[in-house]
Ligand binder design. Structure first.
Ligand code: PLZ
Length: 438
């Protein structure tokens, strides 16, 4: 049997975590700081399609995709082939020292695929945080302004600027200040909780920051870590129009939403919004670390030579992977697949909502969907959310939580997941709800 073929079936052969995972967990605790979290205490051995197999042989249905990364599946065949070929050609030269074609090809693809048909330029970095940081650098340079607006429920990374832009203190910011200056926070549109009225937000920004001082607004078209919050229709467009009226650049953080996840190449497309700068990462690399910054040529071309870059940005292995990812999404119709996944999941989740008052909201786009868990008073119920997530883990379903209040269960299956597995994962969730002591 081909070692790389992981059977696409959930299977529990030990308790979760099993003995081998427990052993590795003990080593991990002794060698790593507690600050590095762990969603579930099992160690991975193999992953492919919609399955993650652990070191004890348990197979989990993957509703996490490594936090929206393995959109085309883990070790996707085209990615494996492209990276293997690149591995034997050369592993690194540093693009700024000796350039190579694949880096240029990834930038061409980003320019082609990101929203808008204006002239664009892209460059490559290593992570989402780095992509957002660089987007802000470019926006400040190009506008000559310093203020940056970010939103409640936003997540933009763990670097100094990334965590400054991030809206949630615990665990991301607590004790890690002081933060970067000139970052202002505004309410995000959160229809379920009735917050984030746009006119009020804009007038507040004009009064407290001053539109002419703002270089850019950094916004996720759907708040990811913040709880898969889809802003009210028209909110993003209104924000974009206000930015354009005031010479403020709109930076779309598409790190989590990008590359087909929401049933479009980029989530801004659902709202017909064309950002000035787009930050990407996660799904772009199919598991290899890579991020991109794509901007209007007129905005980014002003930066002096040498002002942008890095040792590893657009590493050849990551570029080979990114080209294979884009090819896979295009050739295998994965954007359509993301829509189908949403069309399968949403009705099943709404049925849960109809049976369980604890399911306060069901929302999302494409294969980026979530449910919000509340207590009988309607308040966020983080404890119940954690209980449900860990019950899913014990049953062999890999789900993640999210949300500023920790009360969102989010589902991000790889787009290559089969219908049977998708159905099985949803059945596990339904079973966990049935067995809860309500
Ligand atoms: N922007 C919208 O979702 C990363 C965070 C995991 P990096 N989200 C997962 C964790 O707990 O740190 C993310 C994101 C959005 C930026 C980032 C940051 O991307 O590649 O993790 O730096």
């Amino acid at each position: 049997m081909d070692e790389r073929v992981v059977p696409q079936q959930r299977r529990l052969v030990t308790e979760v975590p099993g003995p081998r995972s427990r052993e590795l967990m003990a080593r991990r605790h002794a060698a790593l700081p507690t600050g590095v979290g762990a969603t579930l205490p099992v160690f991975a051995a193999r992953a492919q399609g919609g399955i993650v197999e652990d070191v004890d042989g348990n197979r989990f249905v993957d509703f996490a995709a490594g936090i929206a990364v393995t959109t085309v599946g883990s070790s996707a065949p085209r990615v494996v082939e492209a990276v293997s070929d690149q591995l034997s050609a050369f592993t690194h030269t540093c693009f700024q020292v000796t350039p190579y074609e694949s880096y240029v090809a990834v930038c061409e693809a980003l320019n082609r695929l990101t929203p808008g048909d204006h002239e664009k330029r892209s460059f490559l970095v290593n992570s989402g945080a780095e992509a957002v940081e660089n987007a802000v650098k470019v926006a400040r340079y190009s506008t000559g302004r310093s203020a940056v607006v970010a939103f409640d429920h936003g997540f933009h990374g763990r670097t100094l600027l990334g965590m400054t832009l991030t809206g949630k203190v615990m665990p991301y910011k607590q004790g890690f200040g002081p933060f970067a200056p000139e970052v202002y926070r505004a309410p995000y549109s959160y229809p379920y909780r009735g917050t984030g009225d746009l006119p009020a937000t804009l007038s507040m920004l004009e009064k407290t920051v001053g539109a002419s001082n703002i270089a850019c607004v950094v916004v996720e078209p759907i708040a990811g870590e913040g709880g898969f919050i889809v802003p009210a229709p028209g909110w993003l467009q209104g924000l974009a129009a206000w930015c354009s009226d005031h010479g403020i650049l709109l930076v779309a953080d598409e790190v989590q939403t990008g590359f087909g996840r929401t049933g479009a190449w980029f989530a801004c497309e659902h709202e017909g919004v064309v950002p000035d700068i787009v930050a990407t990462a996660k799904g772009l690399g199919g598991g290899l670390p890579i991020g991109g910054v794509t901007a209007r040529a007129t905005v980014i071309d002003s930066v002096h030579p040498g002002g942008l870059g890095g040792t590893f940005g657009g590493n050849p292995l990551a570029c080979a992977a990114a080209l294979a990812v884009i090819d896979t999404i295009e050739s295998d119709g994965l954007i359509e697949r993301a829509k189908q996944i949403g069309a399968t999941m949403l009705p099943r989740l709404r049925a849960l909502q109809a049976s369980y008052p604890a399911v306060g909201d069901v929302r999302g786009r494409g294969a980026m969907v979530a449910i919000e868990i509340i207590d009988p008073t309607g308040a966020p119920d983080a404890a119940r959310t954690a209980t449900i997530a860990s019950a899913c883990h014990t049953e062999g379903l890999l789900v993640l939580t999210a949300g500023s209040y920790g009360n969102v269960l989010r589902f991000l299956p790889p787009l290559v997941i089969g219908d049977d597995l998708l159905d099985d994962g949803l059945s596990v969730l339904e079973k966990v709800f049935t067995s809860q002591p309500w």
